[in-house]
Write a protein that binds this ligand. Structure first.
Ligand code: BGC
Length: 365
């Protein structure tokens, strides 16, 4: 799954690689979690603000290294920071980045309101913005780079249906943060599949504020108790929420008996899939997403238009946002190896301890 570069980027990449080979690279990671590098094309600098470290391990373990690799490959200067779940902090980081002269600012918003304010300020300073992964409703980003998030939800719904079969089943939904537009799309996608199956009944559904995994366990426990323990399937929006549900199911002797969905193909998620406590996860290649962001950002730096896959409606802002939407992949026990082959995780991280045998059984080495 190699990402495609737009034609305009080919000469640029050749040049940047030559410059990098000359030792012009100036990586300077620091304890504050910031990282800057590149230096091949002095023309611009790209700032990226990741949302947090807790709602999913993906941001630091998958996105950051993939973004660094994509920007390094393109030979562009960059600064990647993490807002640690604090919208005020994200605003401050954005201000600093704008002050430092970034040409393009990409954010994974913590909520649309603060995201839109950041984008408005950036625009007033002549800084172009990109929505990375999450659409900022009412925002002004030039591009939206993500996966097709409705399809993510559909894959989760279909995955759960495949695990449950068409028997009568009570389903609990553990949705993502109400401030994350993606969470709305995941839930809509899942409902569009599961609501069609008349044998299924929704016996509980709740959004988890900030995707907080600990709170998810409390919420799931409450929903489980309210349903009198009669829960046959769990639509959990990502691997972190899945882990929370699985811990409660474990306490009730139900782990592995009640299928649970997930997303992000994290190490823990893949291990749960191999162990059979999680029915599926959704793999979204960070290399692809970061590559698409780098392409769009560099197009903006150069005053070019990025190649898009279409537009996404921002119902709040009443505009169609030029978008690059990638294709997510459903992962079950049968194809965990695909994630590893694609470089999404390393076998040595997934196949530790007790999981070594399960990996061997699944043909992963
Ligand atoms: C992302 C997911 C992630 C979640 C929590 C969503 O916007 O698309 O991949 O698990 O946020 O960080």
């Amino acid at each position: 799954m190699k990402r495609k570069h737009s034609l305009v980027l080919v000469p640029l990449l050749g040049l940047s690689m030559a410059l990098t080979a000359c030792g012009d690279d100036s990586d300077s990671g620091s304890d504050s979690g910031s990282d800057s590098g590149g230096g091949g094309e002095a023309a611009g600098k790209i700032g990226v603000i990741l949302p947090d470290t807790e709602s999913s391990v993906r941001w630091e373990s998958a996105d950051r290294p993939a973004l660094e690799a994509a920007f390094d490959e393109a030979g562009v200067d960059y600064d990647i920071q993490n807002a640690e779940g604090d919208a005020e902090r994200m605003t401050q980081i954005a201000d600093t980045m704008i002050g430092d002269g970034v040409t393009v600012l990409a954010i994974v918003n913590l909520d649309s309101e603060s995201g839109a304010a950041i984008q408005e300020k950036a625009a007033s300073q002549g800084v172009a913005t990109i929505d990375y992964d999450r659409l900022t409703l009412g925002g002004s980003a030039e591009y939206y780079v993500s996966f097709d998030n409705t399809v993510v939800g559909e894959l989760q719904g279909q995955g759960l249906a495949d695990c449950l079969g068409d028997k009568k089943a009570n389903i609990v939904y553990l949705n993502g943060s109400p401030t994350d537009n993606n969470a709305t799309l995941f839930s809509e996608g899942a409902h569009s599949v599961l609501d069609e199956i008349s044998n299924y009944t929704v016996v509980g559904e709740q959004a988890v504020p900030d995707w907080d995994n600990e709170e998810a366990a409390t919420i799931f426990q409450q929903l489980y108790t309210a349903a009198d323990g009669k829960v046959d399937g769990v639509l959990a929006a990502n691997d972190g929420l899945a882990g929370a549900a699985i811990s409660i199911l474990e306490g009730n002797g139900q782990a592995g008996k009640v299928p649970v969905t997930g997303q992000d193909a994290t190490v823990e998620g893949l291990q749960n899939v191999l162990a059979g406590t999680q029915c599926m996860t959704v793999y979204k290649s960070a290399t692809q997403e970061a590559g698409a962001l780098a392409d769009a950002a560099i197009a903006l730096v150069n005053g070019d238009e990025a190649e898009t896959t279409g537009t996404t409606e921002d119902s709040e802002g009443g505009r169609d946002v030029p978008s690059i939407l990638l294709e997510p992949q459903s992962i079950t026990k049968d194809n965990v190896g695909d994630v590893i082959e694609d470089g999404g995780q390393k076998a040595e991280d997934v196949c530790t301890g007790d999981f070594a045998d399960l990996c061997a059984e699944a043909g992963i080495s």
